[in-house]
Design a protein around this ligand. Structure first.
Ligand code: PHE
Length: 453
């Protein structure tokens, strides 16, 4: 996010249009695409889930993303301040509190997975990953993540995140990610080509792309909706916060559509890499959160120069995770600095401190406290479920109702036309989606999934 300080004010801005897109894509593309998408698709029966996910990303995700952009750039505030500035008389700003809590819960489990990424990267750098047999992926995962390992790597990742946020070197890391994200994209393409030659390619692709509508259950719909929100970083105010750093020149709708396309492309590529391998190596697509970590190393093992590919891949995934955790942390940091007047350093320490505690609990729930469950889920799975399937869609629904019904149309159109400088012909359909389609769809999926209809 080539963030440059705005002289005279405290607020930072993303210097150029490209920087704004790079920052939003950096936030959107992360573990959600490469780790979460394949295992959710695998757990929910493949094609039908993928189709719903794409429809939701386009029909619900893009309008909500635009709504968040409008709120953020229009008010130049953190999530709470944005709601408050636009309507000081009603308690809409509670949605802001919900977003802040949600971001901390997500950081809780996200940091653990990002820690695994770092551990895999270092292990493969030193040639310590062994995948000589087909079940080795599973054994290796168990070995690498047993006991205190997740706790240690979670702390290491959290420290990286903290140091970057504290030093304000986000400029550097974002510049790095501007180079690394295209490299990640190219590498994914290389792995796709490799996938093509695996014996399970056809089976994997038909699992991913042929919708079997008998598998379309309420939980598939809710899962796909949650995935669309998670992947596009929606419903928490992350995009409100980032858009508050956009310049007047940033085209909001174009940025939203570009982000959605790139984000979905990375998710689909990741599916094309994972599922053929799953079927080729006789693994189960519904293995859950460990899926990618068990499958990927098997792929690398079979490639020429596998160790190098593996190190590079996990390094890139680590960087992609960092650009997402930075954006997640920014939600509460901007709240503490602007609403609580804590100062950037203190806000960063407070935000990172709280999330470190939550992530340590999550890490322990994957290791020594594995048997502690609530509603049949350990803490890690529970936080993921609550944040992605409840808080994010709910936050998105509130944002969409708020922008659709409570904000003057003039305000929205000023933002989308950059104060009349550009044309925007989609205003009516957009407002229609925000007023009716998005809230109704989210509401129905909710009711459906709790068995109320
Ligand atoms: N979209 C990110 C990913 O796919 C995760 C994220 C969620 C980031 C919410 C910011 C806010 O990995």
């Amino acid at each position: 996010m080539s963030k440059t300080e705005n002289r005279g004010t405290q607020r930072a801005v993303f210097g150029s249009r490209f920087a704004a897109i790079a920052a939003t894509v950096g936030s959107a593309v992360g573990l959600g695409n490469i780790w979460r998408f394949p295992y959710e698709a695998g757990a929910h029966g493949g094609g039908a889930f993928v189709l719903c996910y794409l429809i939701f990303a386009f029909l619900i995700g893009v309008p909500v993303l635009i709504a968040e952009f409008v709120m953020g750039r229009g008010t130049r505030s953190n999530v709470l301040g944005a709601y408050r500035k636009l309507d000081p008389h009603h308690p809409w700003y509670w949605a802001g509190y919900m977003g802040i809590v949600g971001s901390m819960l997500i950081l809780g489990f996200y940091t653990v997975v990002a820690g695994w990424t770092l551990e895999y990267c270092i292990e493969s750098l030193f040639g310590m990953l062994d995948f000589s047999t087909e079940s080795a992926g599973h054994d290796q995962f168990v070995k690498l993540t047993h006991g205190w390992h997740p706790v240690i790597w979670t702390v290491v990742f959290a420290l990286c995140n903290f140091v970057i946020l504290l030093r304000g070197v986000s400029k550097g890391i974002e510049r790095l990610s501007n180079i690394m994200m295209p490299v990640l994209f190219v590498i994914l393409l290389v792995f796709c080509v490799h996938s093509f030659f695996l014996p399970g390619f056809e089976e994997g692709c038909s699992f991913l792309f042929k919708p079997d509508f008998s598998k379309l259950t309420p939980s598939t719909l809710l899962g796909a909706l949650g995935q669309a929100f998670f992947s596009l970083s929606l419903g928490l105010g992350c995009m409100i916060t980032y858009a508050s750093y956009f310049t007047e020149k940033t085209r909001l709708a174009q940025t939203a559509v570009t982000t959605m396309i790139l984000d979905s492309a990375v998710a689909i590529l990741s599916g094309i890499i994972i599922f053929p391998a799953v079927f080729s190596f006789g693994l189960s697509p519904s293995a859950g959160p460990t899926l990618v970590f068990e499958v990927l190393p098997n792929i690398f093992y079979r490639m020429a120069g596998g160790g190098i590919w593996s190190t590079l891949f996990f390094l890139l995934l680590f960087i992609a995770s960092l650009t997402s955790t930075i954006s997640l942390s920014e939600i509460s940091i901007s709240f503490f600095t602007e609403e609580k007047k804590l100062g950037r350093k203190r806000s960063t320490a407070l935000s990172c401190g709280i999330t470190l505690i939550i992530s340590l609990l999550c890490a322990l729930s994957m290791g020594p406290w594995q048997n502690l469950t609530l509603f049949g889920k350990n803490l890690f799975d529970l936080l993921d479920y609550v944040a992605s399937n409840i808080i994010m869609p709910l936050g998105g629904m509130i944002c969409s109702i708020f922008v659709g019904w409570c904000i003057e149309r003039r305000f929205i159109s000023d933002q989308l036309t950059d104060n009349g400088r550009n044309r925007f012909i989609w205003l009516r359909p957009l407002v229609f989606c925000l007023r009716w389609i998005c809230p109704a769809a989210i509401f129905i999926i909710f009711l459906d999934s709790i068995g109320a209809i």
